[in-house]
Design a protein around this ligand. Structure first.
Ligand code: NAD
Length: 330
């Protein structure tokens, strides 16, 4: 099976290389993103393998079909960057890795909460400079705080369990509540109640037309002053302009972002020698109570191994049978 591997960073090589022979996979390593300007590189391959910031819009999907590609294999769970309607229209199959390690993302979200709360990022820098003062580092006990979890699927439910261990009260909102979580003490409420009562809000729902900019001005108005917001899901769940306003006013006390609305132009590359052109992103970086990581929540050894294994299984299954259990339906 011939695979055009787009956005092929070193970690992708390390994960897929050891498996390629046993899957009889001929992989073409392509460093650029998949987008209209690069789609021609996929010619002669059975499948393209793409990641979160590759762009599979109508034009790209149609072109892939024209040049004989049979499958879009996403090496991630989210599929918001694929025009599924266009794919269905031209008969292009799309597969994904629905679960590779929900622990990786849930644990990263908890890490962001603790770092922001106890100011690890600031105290680390202080101690390096010989500054051992505690002023400005005052945190709060997680125990007894109310955490609102939006989306209690594979990742959100693990987060609920971890935070229950801290002694937090867990409120949740999901369009499909999970009865096992209710039995474990999680309380499902409507979004307005979750916003109004939570000290910490963590987002774990997919990006859809309904959830785009769910954290906007009115949502922020409904929240407690000093709320902590954590987004490890997808950047556009948050209206960044509204959030910057709420950081300036003090409405948001802490913000942890592993994803960002315009991350396609920034993340996964070393830009340390460049002038960052995105003024909104640069403004976010100026707040002492904002912690940004560059879409690394998934990035554990276990997750990456599972991503490579399941992606190759998906491609093999589809090319052999014409169907795949991990297909993304429209
Ligand atoms: P999942 O499909 O298991 O769970 C998503 C949950 O969201 C489901 O329970 C669903 O019912 C719920 N949901 C759907 N629409 C909703 C809405 N409008 N409001 C509230 N809840 C809604 O997905 P998952 O594996 O838990 O992943 C969640 C998200 O995390 C993914 O969509 C992806 O965007 C993101 N993610 C990020 C990283 C990262 O590295 N930062 C890695 C993996 C996944």
């Amino acid at each position: 099976m011939k695979i055009a591997m787009f956005s092929a960073k070193p970690w992708v090589h390390h994960a897929f290389d050891p498996l390629a022979t046993s899957f009889q996979a001929e992989i073409t390593w392509l460093e650029p993103r998949l987008e209209p300007a690069t789609v021609a590189l996929a010619a002669g391959h059975d499948a393209v393998c793409a990641f979160v910031n590759d762009q599979m819009d109508t034009a790209v999907v149609q072109r892939l079909k024209e040049i004989g590609v049979r499958l879009i294999a996403l090496r991630c769970a989210g599929f918001n960057n694929v025009d599924l309607k266009a794919a269905a229209g031209v008969g292009m199959a799309v597969v994904r890795v629905p679960a590779y390690s929900p622990y990786s993302v849930a644990e990263h979200a908890v890490g962001m909460m603790l770092c922001l709360n106890r100011r690890f990022h600031r105290s680390w820098a202080r101690v390096l400079e010989g500054n051992f003062a505690l002023d400005g580092l005052l945190g709060f006990d997680m125990h007894g705080k109310t955490v609102g979890v939006v989306g209690t699927g594979k990742i959100g439910q693990i987060l609920c369990k971890i935070l229950s261990g801290f002694g937090c009260r867990i409120l949740a909102y999901d369009t499909a509540p999970n009865s096992a979580l209710v039995a474990a003490g999680v309380q499902y409420v409507d979004l307005a109640t979750l916003y109004g009562l939570s000290d910490i809000i963590s987002l774990h729902c997919p990006l859809t037309p309904r959830t785009r900019h769910m954290i906007d001005g009115p949502a922020l108005d409904a929240m407690k002053k000093g709320v902590m917001i954590i987004n490890t899901s997808r950047g556009p769940l948050i209206d960044t302009g509204a959030v910057i306003g709420a950081l300036k006013s003090g409405k948001i006390g802490f913000l942890g972002l592993d994803v960002y609305e315009e991350e396609q132009e920034l993340f996964f590359e070393d830009r340390s020698e460049q002038v960052i052109q995105d003024d909104v992103f640069v403004r976010l970086q100026t707040f002492p109570n904002v912690l940004i990581t560059a879409h690394q929540a998934f990035f554990t050894k276990e997750a990456v191994e599972n991503i490579a294994q399941t992606t190759l299984e998906n491609i093999r299954e589809f090319l052999a049978t014409g169907v795949c259990k991990n297909s993304v339906a429209l």
